[in-house]
Design a protein around this ligand. Structure first.
Ligand code: DQA
Length: 146
């Protein structure tokens, strides 16, 4: 199976950005971690980051027919973007919503997610390790659905 890991706004700054909240691991480190996990699971992996909502929507559209599942850390667009939610619904691929931080333990405005409404599951609060967990969850889901 082939998985798209898509990272949204500000995640290019991981490692430098509020390390007390998001950890000291860079996005390049996370990509390496994902590549190792994907290799161990026999998955092929595409890893992307964009600060732009429209570019993320284009990447989700392009995933149709190219990938079997999407792992999405939509950053702050999680809490605002009906357009990203609609894009996920449109491509009918299983999606796992992912966050480094535990969004439910933070500000009220981070407690709602449009992505969760169309995701098969949500992983948050485990830092960079969440990417590993999300890939494993997706691999099992894809195996179960044949
Ligand atoms: C985040 C949580 C969001 O609320 C925040 O806007 C981010 C990162 C996370 O991974 O913890 O940019 O998605």
């Amino acid at each position: 199976s082939s998985i798209l890991v898509l990272n949204g706004p500000n995640l290019n700054l991981l490692g430098q950005r509020q390390p007390e909240v998001y950890g000291s691991t860079s996005l390049a480190d996370i990509e390496n971690l994902c590549r190792n996990t994907a290799r161990a699971l026999g998955l092929s992996l595409t890893f992307e980051q964009s600060n732009s909502e429209g570019a993320m929507i284009d990447l989700i559209h392009a995933a149709r027919g190219q990938h079997d599942g999407i792992i999405l850390n939509a950053g702050a667009y999680t809490h605002t973007s009906i357009a990203l939610m609609d894009a996920l619904s449109s491509v009918e691929l299983p999606a796992v919503e992912l966050h480094l931080s535990n969004i439910h333990a933070r500000e009220e405005f981070r407690h709602t997610s449009y992505i969760a409404k169309v995701a098969i599951g949500v992983i948050c609060g485990f830092g960079a390790q969440g990417y590993d967990l999300a890939l494993r969850a997706m691999a099992q889901k894809l195996q179960a659905s044949g």
